[in-house]
Design a protein around this ligand. Sequence first.
Ligand code: KG4
Ligand code: ZN
Length: 345
Amino acid sequence: MIILAFETSCDETSVAVVRDGRILSNVVASQTALHSEYGGVVPELATREHLRNIGPVTRRALAEAGVEPSQIDAVAATQGPGLPSALLVGLKYSQALAFALRKPFYGVNHHEAHLYSPWIGGTSPQADFEAFRPSVSLIVSGGHTLLVLVEGELRHRVLGGTLDDAAGECFDKTAKLLGLPYPGGPEVDRLAREGNPNAFDFPRPMMRDPGDDFSFAGLKTSVRYLVQKNPALLERRETVCDLCASVQAAIVEVLVAKTVRAARRHGVSWVTASGGVTCNEGLRYALAAACARQGLKLRLAGRSLCTDNAGMVGVLAEMKIRSGALPVSLDVEIDPAMTLAGNAA
Ligand code: KG4
Ligand code: ZN
């Protein structure tokens, strides 16, 4: 089965061709450079770029996969959550294509696409559902921080989420306070490698809370107070590296502790992580170390599949089709506030 998949929920225009769980092409046109000038995603600009890019990106994805439009069996696109005007471009374009090609259409939940992305192999982009096992899964990106119990293929239940800022948002906002360019996450990650994670003692919000929710707004505020009171801290590169390492350590420690604790509580032997923040070296390393200590097995989304991409959308659509999901109507609308619906026992 060949699926043409689309992802335009934020600032990446991505189109992928997936055949039998294998990603044949996964083209991502990133708008990071465009938005960095404004310190965040500007919805109007994102929409204009999606409109400009979606045709060429689609043609490239088909060409790289060596697939003709007539060979496609189904079309899938992210339906939500995300920026309304950005979602609209990918959804309407893909629905028009499905109509023209007379192919079934599937709308996909962006969170759910991240959720199953760790099972797509790193080097060979092949979904490894043979190895698939129940897990506690951390989804961490710019817009979301979720802990999910996955009981089986497409059977999952949200355990907790953030009460305020998402983990990626915390990286991006603290980076801004430290005078670093947007998006701050990768920059903090890079500078943290040269810094001392114990140099500054930032709070570990909700770390001792027995529930599975997170909160990162307080951490960001403590960074703000610190640099407002001591602006000289930002004058030395060495100190900025220490600040990055200390902020990252605080975020990572909370994410890892709560994920591992939830895995133990639910008696699963696997932990997975996905979403843009899973690119973070500190998080990858700390999760690996904590899982090894606790006898848990770990699957991290491959680096190129952590940030938004259509490959994960296509693989999820195929899982759904295999499990008997029916196509949705071609006039189905975007759902910008779509949540991760649970269907586990
Ligand atoms: O999944 P994603 O591409 O988009 C959303 O669905 O939000 O995630 C983007 C987020 C941004 O907040 C970005 O700063 C963060 O992921 N991110 C990182 C790293 N790479 C991307 N955060 C920390 N360290 C990184 N290396
Ligand atoms: Zn995402």
